[in-house]
Design a binder for this molecule. Structure first.
Ligand code: CA
Ligand code: CA
Ligand code: CA
Ligand code: CA
Length: 385
């Protein structure tokens, strides 16, 4: 598209230098910007309007050569890896990451692009001495590990700061210490839960909950009807050491010798937590008029796989214990471990209450903030979705 003139002679100059039908060899330097690059050349002739002699050029031997003082060329590379233990060091067993885009800005501001190979390697070659910039593109699902970690050899560390490394390359230098480490980003799954309360929900409480707003760890919800209340909870990202409010349950048993009254939760989806071990459910719990002293009156919380066919008791208190620990109309916060069998799986839980025959006081439980969290000691070697 754009041509640069490198040699031009008039016909008088041509005649003076070569004569008619003269055969000669001429040397024309290749311009600097076309050295070490692909280029084309063209030959153009023009005849004056008053002169009808013919004009021929025949070229039969083109040589492209290099001077003996050619600059020594170097290279910059060479590795992008998965820093599983997040220490900023290339440790044994930590694999390379393929397909990562790496850009090299040359001293003349032009940019070259490479992609890491199947083993995480890249290499820019044919580089004269000068000031370069290497820019790494963070691969999807990863975040950068610590840069230039203290005490780690430069040959084994991660170099980019905000994705960029400045490199001063000497003549003929091959620098393979420009490496980048990444760790797996926390999972980014969100889940919406909707819960509708049963009719006459508010009548279970001495103070109506109508129009009351409650705040959980992941948002707020409002009781928007006297008859029913709907809550939508969007969980935050599943990641270690965070928790989220899940649903609301109310529970009531009343009357003498009422036997078990059950409340069963919707299915709880834990099929894709980042850190499935040591999950706990935390309940905020109100009790009302727990005055029964008969041990036959009690409250239980059970877990089951998602079909609810087989229940496992995980928490049980008699009314005497409830009263002893929490008193009447109290608000408490309890933590119940999710059984191992239900971690990383779908499950339901149920709350059951039983009233003794000789005690006719009412018995209520209201749970408004259920959280499923992971411990802060979660391993960093979990994998993303
Ligand atoms: Ca490491
Ligand atoms: Ca370094
Ligand atoms: Ca390095
Ligand atoms: Ca390296």
């Amino acid at each position: 598209a754009t041509w640069t003139e490198v040699w031009s002679r008039t016909s008088g100059q041509l005649w003076a230098a070569y004569g008619a039908n003269g055969k000669t060899g001429i040397a024309i330097p290749v311009p600097t910007q076309y050295q070490n690059a692909n280029f084309r050349y063209r030959i153009r002739g023009e005849m004056a309007s008053g002169d009808y002699n013919n004009f021929y050029v025949f070229i039969d031997d083109i040589l492209i050569t290099s001077p003996t003082s050619c600059p020594q060329l170097g290279a910059i590379g060479d590795y992008v890896w998965k820093d599983i233990n997040s220490n900023g060091k290339q440790d044994a067993g930590e694999p390379g990451i393929a397909g990562v885009t790496v850009k090299l800005t040359l001293p003349n501001a032009t940019v070259q692009t490479k992609t890491t190979d199947g083993n995480g390697y890249y290499l820019f070659t044919g580089l004269p001495a000068g000031a370069y910039t290497v820019t790494f593109t963070t691969p999807t699902g990863y975040v950068p590990t610590v840069s230039n970690a203290a005490g780690v050899d430069d040959a084994l560390d991660s170099d980019p700061v905000n994705g960029v490394v400045a490199v001063n390359l000497g003549a003929g230098e091959v620098n393979k210490t420009i490496d980048a480490g990444y760790k797996v980003q926390a999972c980014t799954n969100t889940v919406n839960h909707t819960e509708t309360f049963p009719n006459k929900f508010n009548t279970y409480f001495t103070t109506s909950l109508y129009n009351k707003t409650f705040t959980g760890s992941s948002g707020t919800w409002t009781v928007n009807s006297n008859a029913k209340a709907t809550m939508v909870v969007t969980t935050p990202y599943y990641s270690p050491s965070t928790s989220y409010a899940l649903k609301v349950v109310n529970y009531k048993t009343t009357g003498c010798g009422s036997g078990w009254t059950k409340a069963v939760s919707p299915k709880v989806d834990l099929s894709n937590p980042c850190c499935p071990s040591e999950l706990k459910m935390n309940f905020t719990l109100w009790t009302y008029k727990v005055v029964c002293n008969d041990s036959k009156a009690k409250l239980e919380i059970d877990f089951s796989r998602d079909n609810g066919a087989t229940w496992t008791e995980v928490w049980s208190r008699s009314s005497g214990q409830l009263y002893y620990y929490y008193g009447a109309n109290n608000k408490v916060y309890i933590s119940i471990p999710v059984p191992v069998a239900y971690q990383n799986a779908n499950f339901r839980y149920r709350i059951r209450g039983e009233m003794a025959s000789e005690d006719c006081n009412n018995f209520y439980v209201f749970i408004d903030d259920i959280r499923i969290g992971s411990p802060a000691s979660c391993s960093s070697s979990y994998t993303s979705a």
